[in-house]
Design a protein around this ligand. Structure first.
Ligand code: F6P
Length: 325
């Protein structure tokens, strides 16, 4: 059967995430395998507005599966939020003969794709953000690597906190969500984990947890704070004033966004990249590629963006038990 889709574009947008390169590689190689040309758009939607592109072939994505960051660069485009920007972006797609556009990014990137789809551009979205906060998918590329990076850093902090019998307050990224902090907190055996999904109560969630741990014989403490829950600096200050410890505060920041992707992120990115191209090649339009119960599936972009997700209850309960002793 003649393939109606002859050429697709691919871009990365918003905050980068480890595994984006693996997704780009998969999109390019899957497209070529299906007889479709692939154009790489640089700097996200900004590249569509400025017509900044490069034709991709198999060798342009060689040796990138193991690299953090994104070879296509990324941006948070202000211009794309305007009608003029959207019109220019759609015009670039038309000019380049792009029959479908694969966008790799987070919630904001998908909303951009949704807006662009109204201008006649067919899109397929791949979730790539360390926050894992996209409602319609169980998993977003980059989460596993970021979690492992944070765990590695906190393990190192624990060594010195143990020697000095200190308290460590560590701020973890995640924007408005606590998925990353909760997961990391479980993995490091934190004394307390603060997430934005729960109303912050210093006495119940920090002071009492430290007291319990102290009564249990502990002399070093690790408090994991999701950036959306509270400021680690302020939590540290409260501990100093109310608990009588002299904590050290670490904001992990953008360290969590870099580094070579884990096997999980490379595999998920590769599977999702393939599905995005397959979806476009089959004539599907305006889809989000999702992970659901270990399967890769697709949902309509409007439906997908209307979905929300909450913290894993079981993980949260286990964290509460583990930090209560
Ligand atoms: O969405 C990914 C993320 O790393 C968030 O966890 C964080 O709040 C934000 O991006 C930081 O954005 P920027 O790179 O623009 O500082």
């Amino acid at each position: 059967m003649e393939n109606a889709v002859k050429r697709i574009g691919v871009l990365t947008s918003g905050g980068d995430a480890p595994g984006m390169n693996a997704a780009i590689r998969s999109v390019v190689r899957s497209a070529l395998a299906m007889g479709i040309e692939c154009v790489g758009i640089r700097r996200g939607y900004e590249g569509l507005i400025r017509s900044d592109f490069t034709l991709m072939n198999s060798s342009s994505v060689s040796r990138i599966i193991n690299q953090g960051g994104t070879v296509l660069y990324t941006a948070r485009s202000e211009g794309f939020r305007t009608e003029e920007g959207l019109r220019k972006a759609a015009a670039t797609c038309k000019l380049l003969g792009i029959d479908g556009l694969v966008v790799i990014g987070g919630d904001g990137t998908f909303r951009g794709a949704q807006a662009l789809s109204k201008y006649g551009v067919s899109v397929a979205c791949i979730p790539g953000t360390i926050d894992n906060d996209i409602g319609c998918t169980d998993y977003t590329i980059g989460f596993d690597t970021a979690a492992n990076t944070a765990v590695e850093c906190i393990d190192k902090l624990r060594d010195t906190m143990h020697s000095h019998e200190r308290c460590s307050v560590v701020e973890v990224m995640g924007r408005h969500a606590g998925f990353l902090a909760l997961y990391v907190g479980l993995a490091v055996g934190a004394t307390a984990v603060l997430v934005p999904e729960t109303q912050y109560d210093f006495n119940a969630h920090v002071a009492e947890k430290i007291r319990q741990a102290r009564l249990g014989g502990k002399t070093n403490f690790t408090i994991v704070v999701a950036e959306g829950a509270a400021s680690a600096v302020e939590v540290g200050q409260q501990i100093r004033e109310n608990v009588g410890l002299d904590p050290r505060v670490t904001i992990l920041g953008h360290i969590q966004r870099g580094g070579s992707p884990t096997a999980k992120d490379r595999v998920m990115a590769t599977r999702m990249g393939y599905e995005a191209v397959r979806s476009l090649a089959q004539g599907h339009t305006n889809r989000i590629i999702c992970a659901k119960n270990e399967q890769i599936v697709e949902v309509d972009i409007d439906e997908g963006l209307a979905m929300t997700k909450t913290l894993n209850k079981e993980e949260f309960n286990v964290m509460t038990v583990m930090t209560g002793v």
